[in-house]
Design a protein around this ligand. Structure first.
Ligand code: SF4
Length: 473
């Protein structure tokens, strides 16, 4: 029996995740790593875990404070196992680094988002040397090469294709915490997609901080962009749907617009494209590098290909210097696009970002007022779209048995709406044509109209291989 087995036999881990889908995905990867490399078991009870990991997000307001108070609260109310190792991962770890040990001396591991593949090694070192471990570097070798394959079954599976961001929007901390953009090799992504299909995935959600900046190597001389990757994944047997998040309007090129041609790919009739503001003046201050007109033009071109395309977005209100006119421009854009379910936030400064240096003269009460108005308008459009869906039939990819009613199944429409309806385990992983009968606050109800395969399936051509060959030429 080796050292690893001696120390870690039957030990358990607990991971709590804050923030975005990228963080959720990183937590899943850390879990796979601990199970595969150290044979550890997950536990839902923080007080019994041998390793406690808090995977943090610095997008949240006062993110650092929340991390320390959460760790302290667990310590006080639940207590940790006497010899538990406490680790802080994610963007706050990257940003605060050694400071975390100073402010929370009971933390023993600090690990950044780009080094999660080293968690098992750091844990062993921590156990064997009783010394604190830190690794918040941005290594040139991709972490993906060192992480085990995902073997968990999920009808809708995330697949990270790139990491980091070179955009440096003035309000955002991500480029400082996740580093420069790195795209995974084309064949690695394809192989992972194939593997996900074997574990039950029918929908792939391609992930990246700036997913449409993907440029993955095919070989020494050829790269694939996101559109080509989507076309290639669309060809894989078993894949019914593809989504991607999060994309940036500035990098939304013609090939990606072309990929929305239903005959080309299995992209859903839904796009999440953050716009942040409807005012060109504010977009400039945010360093977003596109205009409102450009954003509207992208959506118009996409709707030429997919007239029923639903679009959701992210919006920030109360950015420093935002006037009433700027805010009205945002409200106007919401009506122009008719956004489906979207996210909206009040601006708050992130330490270390250029925007945090700007004088923020918009009062909190004004920000709150604007947010309430904006959210009411967004809700109006989301409800309008849901009302239009009631009475129609639509394809639903069934993801599992309903959590509330065991005789019902739950799935998603192309525009990402959750639908619950009577069905059985046999429907899980299939696309079912559902008549929508009722709109609820956060979901829809329906009944099976017929079992169907995705109608886009039959149109998908085999042009991707030709394009790759062409790219080689
Ligand atoms: S594109 Fe802008 S908002 Fe998005 S991660 Fe990069 S810097 Fe942050």
């Amino acid at each position: 029996m080796n050292t690893t087995e001696t120390i870690h036999k039957q030990s358990s881990y607990y991971i709590k995740t804050h923030g975005c889908q990228m963080n959720e995905e990183d937590s899943l990867k850390m879990a796979n790593l601990l199970e595969e490399k150290l044979d550890m078991q997950p536990t839902q009870d923080v007080s019994s875990a041998d390793l406690v990991v808090l995977n943090t997000c610095s997008i949240r307001e006062k993110a650092q404070e929340k991390v320390f108070s959460e760790l302290g609260r667990w310590k006080k109310s639940l207590g940790y196992k006497s010899n538990a190792v406490i680790a802080v991962a994610g963007c706050v770890a990257s940003q605060e680094a050694e400071q975390i040990f100073k402010r929370a001396p009971f933390v023993q591991i600090v690990i950044g988002p780009q080094t999660i593949h080293r968690l098992a090694d750091l844990y062993i070192k921590c156990r064997t040397t009783s010394k604190r471990q830190i690794d918040v570097s941005f290594p040139a070798i991709e972490k993906f090469d060192h992480l085990p394959q995902n073997t968990r079954s999920s009808v809708s599976a995330h697949l990270t294709i790139m990491e980091g961001c070179n955009k440096f929007c003035s309000y955002c901390i991500v480029p400082y915490t996740r580093g420069e953009e790195i795209s995974r090799h084309f064949s690695d992504v394809i192989n992972e997609a194939k593997n996900l299909v074997t574990t039950g995935a029918r929908e792939i959600i391609l992930l990246g901080q700036n997913v449409n900046d993907y440029f993955g190597r095919i070989d020494d001389t050829t790269e694939a962009n996101l559109a080509l990757l989507i076309e290639a994944i669309s060809q894989l047997s078993g894949i019914e749907r593809i989504r991607f998040t999060t994309s940036h309007p500035q990098a939304f090129d013609e090939t990606l617009i072309e990929a929305y041609d239903p005959s080309q790919t299995k992209l859903c009739n839904h796009l999440h494209l953050p716009v942040q503001s409807g005012s060109n003046r504010i977009l400039k201050q945010m360093k977003r590098d596109y205009s409102v007109e450009h954003y509207i033009d992208i959506i118009a071109q996409l709707r030429e290909k997919r007239p029923n395309l639903r679009v959701s977005t992210d919006l920030i209100v109360g950015f420093p210097g935002e006037t009433e006119q700027d805010f009205e421009a945002t409200m106007k854009l919401v009506d122009t696009i008719g956004f489906d379910q979207s996210f909206s936030f009040i601006y708050s400064a992130r330490p270390g970002t250029p925007a945090s240096e700007l004088i923020d003269e918009v009062s909190l009460s004004v920000k709150k007022e604007r947010l309430a108005l904006l959210q009411a308008r967004l809700k109006y459009h989301a409800n309008r779209i849901a009302d239009e869906m009631v009475g129609s039939t639509t394809d639903v990819l069934v993801e599992g048995i309903s959590k509330k009613r065991r005789h019902e199944i739950s799935g998603r429409t192309q525009n990402n709406r959750i639908v619950n309806f009577p069905g059985t385990q046999a429907h899980v992983g299939t696309i079912v044509n559902v008549q929508i009968t009722e709109k609820l606050e956060n979901s829809l109800r329906g009944r099976i109209a017929s079992q169907s395969s995705d109608p886009m399936d039959v149109h998908t051509s085999t042009c991707t291989e030709q394009k790759i060959q062409h790219a080689h030429a």
